[in-house]
Ligand binder design. Sequence first.
Ligand SMILES: Nc1ncnc2c1ncn2[C@@H]1O[C@H](COP(=O)(O)OP(=O)(O)OP(=O)(O)O)[C@@H](O)[C@H]1O
Length: 264
Amino acid sequence: MGTSIELQRIEKVFYTKSGNVQALQNINLKIKPGEFLSIVGPSGCGKSTIMRLIAGLDQSTDGTLKINGSTISGVAGDMAVVFQRDVLLEWKTILQNVLFPLELKGITWFHRRNHQTNRSKAIDLLEAVGLKGFEDKYPHELSGGMRQRVAICRALIQEPKLLLMDEPFGALDALTREQMMTDLLKLSDKYGFTTVFITHSIEEAVFLSDRVVVMSGRPGTILEEFPISLSRPRNGDVRTEGDFTSYVKQIRSVFKAQGILAEV
Ligand SMILES: Nc1ncnc2c1ncn2[C@@H]1O[C@H](COP(=O)(O)OP(=O)(O)OP(=O)(O)O)[C@@H](O)[C@H]1O
């Protein structure tokens, strides 16, 4: 079962030498266990700030954040993060990279009994994202898309209940991106973790999500929420369905009304 998250009246101000920056204003958001929620908004609207608050890497200036019904202090447990840059360890093999979070926790190489189980879990994950046979390669031998797949496996080896993804496919080409989205949906359906996904792409958000949250420019506020009721499991064909294009249009119109997207 995934994590539930609740943000109540969240405010975030950054106090800097050159003045105060109000990044977030009155953010109210409830995320259900197992939900796939995307946040879209213009650059600088506070998407990453929301993610850092949920991850416990930063604190709000005001308001309440609850994880599984309790206020938390510090880094949330059972959580994994995937960023736009994969930050793989170049001197470790692909398999060692996937197992690294467990090694950090001291439960792989030192506890031999678990080692075989973890190893097969890592191999299963690599297989699920099309990387079977790449276990003994090194990161520099892989393409950008393959590296990002490894980063996702490394996040999932920890069996997180919450997966936070900050533009994880932003640096990938369009075809790889499409394949990665399909892979991610399969993994999310299989494991049932809660996902908070940040993206600049409206299409990506609609394709992946149960709900899309649309934010205004700074100070970031929530303009609108769109529950996405496209059927699951989803594959690339969903993009040609009328409902898909209708969701994309509705979200684009919110940005247009804000002057964030120009009429073309
Ligand atoms: N540590 C910080 N100190 C001062 N200002 C900050 C800090 N972190 C973020 N900000 C400011 O807060 C605002 C929100 O930043 P954030 O990175 O959350 O935006 P974002 O929506 O994720 O942007 P992007 O889409 O470009 O990644 C921005 O104006 C940014 O300059």
